[in-house]
Design a binder for this molecule. Structure first.
Ligand code: SF4
Length: 356
């Protein structure tokens, strides 16, 4: 008799979604054990992506100065978080950062601009940047710039933009709890505009903002309905001075179950273990590679994260490989390296080391 683990994997391998009841079990049913669940999700991940992990680097090309009130975001208009606010970086800075990302092994370079959405003039400038970046570096280019309409999507699509990010963040029913200055419908319309003009979409969620299982299921299925090929799963990072508080749900096991849910509902999508992985999954992070097949390195928009070097070590140790690009010239982890945190050379305890 086939188990629910088998059913979840086989349905997803056939491209079918789980039932709502099965999706609820993935999140809530404690009799559904974590390791077999991860293995079922891994069967699906392996079919579509093998053991490769796609590396993304974020560049916050404009920070703060935002008129919107997304309560989880340190850049919102009411935020008291002590962040440095700056207008759009110069082209020189953006090119230098893209080059560094390519050399550091990133296959995707994501430019993120705070704000409700770009003006027409700003959109044209972004389109030119996309052309220039793609001609110089072997990375796909993604932009996250807020709400985009058809006219702007066409300009960016014509420039060859690979992906437009616009996260749904949570369910429609829960959306007003975190933002009031724009609607869920605005977000969905942006994704539809990108789809219409041939830009791949990237849209995900933030887990741990007071949502329930119904909300998680709804957003997972909405992303499936919108055929989103890239889904960042963020785990709430509590930043002092912002309005959303942690809801206490983010145990490492809950984070892993949400990643499994996203994989079963969106079998062929790039599922990203995104912001907050370090602080919320903690020592369970490597298990996230079983449902997820991509990561950010070197931190997020305004918060720190693991450096590429330690993330690459984790990937290698867990038996996965980095989906590289031809410019990557950095070191890969040595599989037999013995490594402790702290300065190099501090292997011996100070009270037994010979004095130099
Ligand atoms: S998430 Fe984007 S739109 Fe919302 S407050 Fe932050 S920068 Fe502004």
């Amino acid at each position: 008799m086939s188990t629910l683990y088998d059913k979840l994997a086989e349905q997803a391998l056939a491209g079918a979604a789980p039932t709502e009841d099965q999706a609820r079990q993935v999140i809530e049913d404690e009799s559904l054990r974590l390791l077999p669940l991860l293995d079922a999700a891994f069967r699906v991940r392996e079919e579509h992506f093998g053991r490769e992990v796609i590396i993304h680097v974020l560049n916050n090309v404009q920070n703060g100065l935002c008129p919107e009130d997304c309560g989880y975001c340190s850049q919102n208009k009411d935020s008291e978080a002590p962040i440095r606010k700056y207008p759009m970086k110069s082209d020189e800075e953006i090119f230098a950062e893209a080059e560094a990302a390519a050399k550091d092994g990133a296959s995707r370079y994501c430019m993120v601009l705070s704000g409700r959405g770009p003006t027409l003039e700003r959109t044209k400038k972004l389109a030119q940047l996309v052309r220039d970046l793609k001609s110089k570096y072997p990375v796909d280019v993604c932009i996250s710039a807020g709400i985009i309409d058809d006219e702007k999507a066409k300009i960016l699509g014509d420039a060859g933009l690979d992906r437009l990010n616009h996260n749904l963040n949570t369910s429609e029913a829960h959306y007003n709890e975190v933002t009031s200055t724009h609607t869920y419908a605005d977000r969905v319309a942006t994704l539809r505009a990108a789809n219409k003009f041939g830009i791949g979409t990237c849209s995900g969620l933030i887990v741990g903002m007071g949502e329930g299982t119904d909300d998680l299921i709804e957003v997972a299925f909405r992303l499936r309905e919108l055929e989103v090929p890239s889904i960042p799963v963020n785990f709430f990072i509590p930043i002092d001075g912002t309005q959303v508080s942690p809801d206490g749900s983010l145990t490492p096991e809950h984070c892993l179950r949400v990643l499994c849910l996203m994989r079963f509902v969106n079998p062929s999508a790039e599922i990203r273990m995104a912001g907050g992985r370090e602080g919320n999954l903690r020592h369970m992070q490597p298990l996230g590679l079983y449902p997820a097949n991509s990561l950010f390195v070197e931190g997020y928009l305004t918060t720190r994260g693991d450096a590429s070097r330690e993330t690459y070590q984790m990937i290698a140790d867990a038996g996965f490989t980095i989906s590289g690009n031809s410019d990557y010239d950095g070191p890969l982890p040595e599989t037999n390296a013995f490594r402790l945190p702290g300065p190099l050379g501090d292997l011996l305890k100070p009270d037994v080391a010979a004095q130099s």
